[in-house]
Ligand binder design. Structure first.
Ligand code: 8YV
Length: 317
C-alpha cells in the first residue's frame, strides 16, 4: 500500500490483478489494495474520501456497499467483459462510470467453448486418463460422437456466441440460437423458445451474460429437453445454470455430458462432478491466454488513463 502525494489520483483495487498490470497501475496512481485491508470500516473512514477510482475484474466485481463508502468515487474500471459482479444499479445511481473489456477476448472464449465441445463429444480428457491409468492395455475406449451434421444450439448470440457459431460451422455443424430478439444479417436459425432449442440441439452452448436476467435460465426443464444424447457447454457464468439440477440430470442420465468452465461457487466444484468421466471441467480459463489477457490489461490501462485525462472511457458499460 502506498500513498505518496495527492497529485496522482487515488485508486482502490478490489482484488489482485495481472502482476504486470498491477505494477503499471501502481507506478502511475496512488493505490490501496482492499484485500490487504484488515478493518474495512476504519480504512473507509480514514481513506474513503480520497478514492476516485476502483480497478476490479469480472470475478472480483464491486459491491454497492464499497461504492457507498467512497463519496468521491467517479469510475470503476474492470478487467473482463462480464460485469454481473459489479452492482451497476448503484454505480448508475451514484453517477459512477463503469468500463469493461469487450471485443478483445471473444476468440479465446469461443476457442474454450469449442475445446470443451469437442472434448465431451470425443472424450479426449477421459481418454487421456484412460491411457495414463494403463487401462488401454486391457480395455477398449468407448466410441464418441461425431460433430459434423449435428446441431449446436447457442444461447446468447453476442460477439462470443457469434465466434462460437463460426467455429462450429467450420466443423459442418448446424447452428440455431436463442436470445431475446432475432438478429438481422446472421445466417443462423433463430429459435424463440429455449426449451425448443434444447430439444433440437445435440450441443447446447451457453454464451449469455450473467446477472438477474439469466439466473438459473437452465434448469431441469431445459435439461430434460436437451435429452439423454445432448451435451451442455457453459463458458458464460455459473449462475446461468441451476447447478443442483445439472448434477442430478448428469447422475440420472437425463443428459449425456457437460463441458463446464464456470461454476456457481468458484473455485468450488460440486463433488459429484469431479467423479464423472462424461464431464470436462476447466477452472474459468475462457479468456486465459497470454495474448488475450495482455489485450485486456492494455484496455484496462487505456480506460483508466483516458478517464483521468479526459473524463471519458473507451469501452463504457
Ligand atoms: C476473466 C471473464 O476470467 O471476461 C470475463 O467476463 O469471466 C473472464 O474473461 C475474468 O474477468 C478475469 O477476472
Amino acid at each position: 500500500m502506498s500513498e505518496t502525494t495527492n497529485q496522482t489520483p487515488t485508486l482502490l483495487l478490489i482484488g489482485p490483478l495481472l502482476p504486470a498490470l498491477q505494477q503499471q497501475i501502481e507506478s502511475m496512481y496512488t493505490v490501496y489494495k482492499l484485500w490487504d485491508v484488515e478493518d474495512k470500516n476504519t480504512f473507509f473512514k480514514s481513506h474513503g474520501d480520497s478514492i476516485q477510482g476502483i480497478v476490479t475484474s469480472g470475478i472480483h466485481g464491486c459491491k454497492g456497499e464499497v461504492m457507498r463508502a467512497l463519496p468521491n468515487l467517479k469510475v470503476i474500471v474492470s478487467f473482463g467483459v462480464g460485469y454481473d459482479a459489479i452492482d451497476i444499479a448503484t454505480a448508475r445511481d451514484r453517477g459512477v462510470a463503469v468500463s469493461n473489456t469487450p471485443g478483445v477476448l471473444d476468440d479465446c472464449v469461443a476457442d474454450t467453448a469449442f475445446a470443451l465441445l469437442i472434448d465431451v463429444a470425443r472424450g479426449i480428457s477421459a481418454a487421456d486418463r484412460f491411457v495414463r491409468n494403463g487401462r488401454w492395455l486391457k480395455e477398449k475406449f468407448p466410441l464418441g460422437r461425431k460433430l459434423g451434421g449435428k446441431t449446436c444450439g447457442i444461447v446468447g448470440l453476442g460477439n462470443i456466441g457469434k465466434a462460437i457459431a463460426k467455429r462450429v460451422s467450420a466443423f459442418d455443424m448446424n447452428v440455431a440460437y436463442y436470445g431475446r430478439h432475432q438478429q438481422a444479417d446472421v445466417p443462423y436459425r433463430y429459435e424463440p423458445d429455449l426449451k425448443a432449442l434444447a430439444s433440437q440441439s445435440d450441443f447446447l452452448v451457453l454464451a449469455v451474460p450473467g446477472g438477474n436476467a439469466t439466473h438459473h435460465l437452465i434448469g431441469t426443464d431445459v435439461l430434460q429437453a436437451l435429452g439423454k444424447d445432448g451435451f451442455l457447454i457453459n463458458i458464460a457464468r455459473g449462475s446461468v445454470v441451476d447447478e443442483a439440477a445439472l448434477v442430478s440430470a448428469l447422475q440420472q442420465g437425463v443428459i449425456a455430458g457437460a463441458g463446464l468452465d464456470v461454476f456457481a461457487h468458484e473455485p468450488e466444484v460440486p463433488q459429484p462432478l469431479l467423479e464423472m468421466d462424461n464431464v470436462v471441467l476447466t477452472p474459468h480459463l475462457g479468456s486465459g491466454t497470454h495474448e488475450t489477457r495482455q489485450a485486456m490489461a492494455d484496455l484496462v490501462l487505456e480506460n483508466l488513463n483516458l478517464y483521468f485525462t479526459s473524463g471519458k472511457l473507451k469501452t463504457p458499460v
